[in-house]
Every structure is written in C-alpha cells, then in structure tokens.
Design a protein around this ligand. Structure first.
Ligand code: NAD
Length: 332
C-alpha cells in the first residue's frame, strides 16, 4: 500500500509527550506490542542492530533503536538514552523521541515524544507475557523494583489476571509508596516484604530494577510461577540467578538481545542454556510454539525491549492524535 501522496500533502506530524499521555492507553499499547511480537516471529518485522554509546559528556548513554514492520508499514527509530544529571534539572533521566518515516518514500512522517511511550510499551511487554504465560488462577503479584517504570508495570500487570494482593520489594523501601498508592486506589492489599517472602507468595513476579547482580535465588521461586524480567537491557545487568533460567521455560521478545544484553546473557555465558532453549513470545502468540504446558512449570520472560515496540506504539499514537485533531503538522 502506498502512503506517499497522502504524506506529501500532510507534512510531518508532531505528537507531544502531553498528547501521548492523553490519548495512548494501556489497551492500545498491549495490542500494538502483541501484534509486533507476532510479526517479529513471522519475520515480517525486524529490528536493526542497536547503537548505544557512552558519549563522554554529562555521563550520558545515547543511542538508536530502529526497525521495519513491512506489514504494519512502520519504519523508523527511537533515539535517546540516559542522562543521570537530569534529575537535578527537574527532568526525567531517560529521554527519547521516536521518528517515523514513510516506508514508500523515506520522507519524514512523524516526530513523537518517546518518554511516556517507552514506559507503556515496556509495561505492555510484561503484560503480554503474563497474558500468554501466567497461570489463569494467579492471585498474588510480586514487584521487585520501585523506580520510574514500576508503576506502569504494576498497572498493566494487574489487568491481566484477577490479582487479590500485591507484594513488593525495593532496595530503598521508602520508594515502595508509589506502588502502595496504586494498590490503595484499586482497593488491593499491599505488603512490603523480603525478596524471599515475595517469591514464596507471588504467582507472578515482575523484576524492573537496574541491578547488576542476581536479586532472586532460583530456590526461592515456587512451581507454577511466571516471572517477567524487565530490567536487564544492557551487558552486565542481572536480576535473577542464572540457574533459574535452566530450571524455567524461557521466553523472550527477541533472541538476539536476550542472549547478549538480556537476562539470558549470564545463563548463556555460563553454558547453562543454549539459544535454542529460548522461545520467542511471538511464536506463542502465533500458536506455533507452546506457552505454559503445566500448572507446575516455571515460565520466565526475558523482556529486553526492542525498537519495534517503540515504533508500534508511536505509530498508533500518531494515528490517534491525527484522528482526534491533537497532532500538529509542519512541512520540512
Ligand atoms: P529507575 O532509575 O527509576 O529505578 C531503578 C530501580 O532499580 C529502583 O527500584 C532501584 O531501587 C533499583 N535498583 C538500582 N540498583 C539496584 C541494585 N543494585 N539492586 C537492587 N535494585 C536496584 O529506573 P526505571 O526507569 O524504573 O528502569 C528500571 C530498569 O528497567 C532500568 O535498568 C532500565 O534500563 C530498564 N528498562 C528496561 C526496558 C525494557 O524494555 N526491558 C525499558 C525501560 C527501562
């Protein structure tokens, strides 16, 4: 399908952070992310190699994540990174912008604020894993981490099962208030617990930290647990015991990232598992590989975060903003 004439007339669509927050909900993000994981497993969408560099200024890490979905006709990149000093300037440390291009012509199509979208596409990723892999009767959700992403993770996860309680742990326990407030709003019991107690109670666990060492011992995880490891997105980071990956059935958004920068990097490096042991979640979504096969199985989702997720939600946000008259347009 050609969109070039339409775009020639329309110019470049700009969607601000504020408009993204106004129009892009969790359900839209879930559908966009589930669809793109499915497309990746069918090889109709693929991510290009990631660029990530320490720029030697402001302690910043800067990079690009890009890709092309040739069925969804979404081409572009997310540019941005991590500026640790931003917090002192009153702005968020993670900064990103999504840039979309017309796949038919290469013309710039849209500029979309990427900060809020990053949070909801990451939350949608663990939510998709819970929807497809967690036990249907899961009742207790365990949250490991209470930083910026965690509240988005919590809200999206709670929509996937009839959870009756949330247990949580964070390195700085005072930050758990952000999660407790959401549970209060939703009339759900909330408990701050030790990591071991969290694992003993939780049927579904989300880890969303910047840790560089295992926070969870494999022996603490009870049979039937689904664990979504969402924090490890860089070489060297780690959230769970590498032996847990040998014990669990392991799923991921993308094999290439899982084995190099995801949670699986350590189990692979130690020879505990092979790449062939890891199942792309898109194959489960497409019904070409089995998801959970028993109530006792431990399922582990290694959510590394791919560029196509960003492009998918930005494309939906751009369409919604245009339809609602909330986008601004200009000609380059
Ligand atoms: P944040 O800085 O707001 O919060 C960091 C969290 O990690 C806090 O809960 C902190 O207590 C915890 N933490 C830091 N060091 C720790 C340690 N050594 N041991 C235990 N806990 C520790 O960050 P955020 O924006 O919430 O992001 C959390 C992580 O998720 C980051 O590592 C980030 O890179 C990653 N992330 C992944 C994706 C993805 O798609 N997979 C997307 C966005 C962010």
């Amino acid at each position: 399908m050609s969109h070039s004439n339409q775009n020639d007339n329309k110019g470049v669509t700009v969607v601000s952070e504020a408009v993204c927050q106004q129009i892009m909900g969790r359900a839209d993000a879930f559908t966009a992310v589930e669809n793109v994981f499915s497309a990746m497993a069918k090889d109709t969408a693929y991510n290009f190699p990631v660029i990530r560099e320490a720029i030697g200024h402001a302690d910043a890490l800067y990079g690009f994540k890009s890709g092309f979905d040739r069925v969804g006709m979404v081409l572009g990149l997310k540019s941005g990174g991590y500026w640790p000093g931003n917090i002192d300037k009153g702005i968020t440390n993670h900064q990103s912008t999504v840039i979309l291009f017309d796949p038919d012509t290469g013309k710039l199509k849209a500029l979309v604020g990427g900060n809020y979208l990053t949070a909801i596409r990451t939350a949608a990723s663990s939510a998709v894993s819970i929807a497809h892999l967690a036990r249907k009767d899961a009742k207790v959700l365990g949250m490991v981490g209470a930083g910026h992403q965690s509240t988005f993770q919590l809200r999206a996860a709670l929509e996937q099962r009839n959870f009756e309680k949330v247990v949580a742990w964070n390195k700085e326990p005072e930050k758990l208030t952000a999660l407790a407030v959401i549970c209060e709003e939703l009339s759900l019991p909330f408990e701050s617990v030790s990591r071991e107690s969290l694992c003993a109670q939780a049927d579904v666990i989300i880890t969303i930290t910047s840790a560089f060492e295992a926070l969870i011992d494999q022996s603490w995880i009870k049979p039937g647990t689904h664990i979504a490891c969402m924090g490890t997105d860089t070489k060297g980071k780690q959230e769970v015991d590498a032996h847990l990956l040998a014990k669990a059935r392991v799923f991921t958004d993308e094999l290439a990232q899982s084995t190099t920068i995801g949670e699986a990097q350590h189990a692979i490096a130690e020879g505990l598992i092979n790449q062939a042991d890891i199942i792309p979640i898109g194959d489960v979504i497409n019904g070409t590989k089995a998801g959970r096969t028993s109530d006792d199985e431990i399922t582990l989702f290694d959510g590394t975060g791919v560029g196509l997720q960003d492009l998918a939600v930005a494309s939906v946000a751009s369409e919604l903003a245009e339809a609602k008259g909330l986008a601004t347009c200009f000609n380059l």
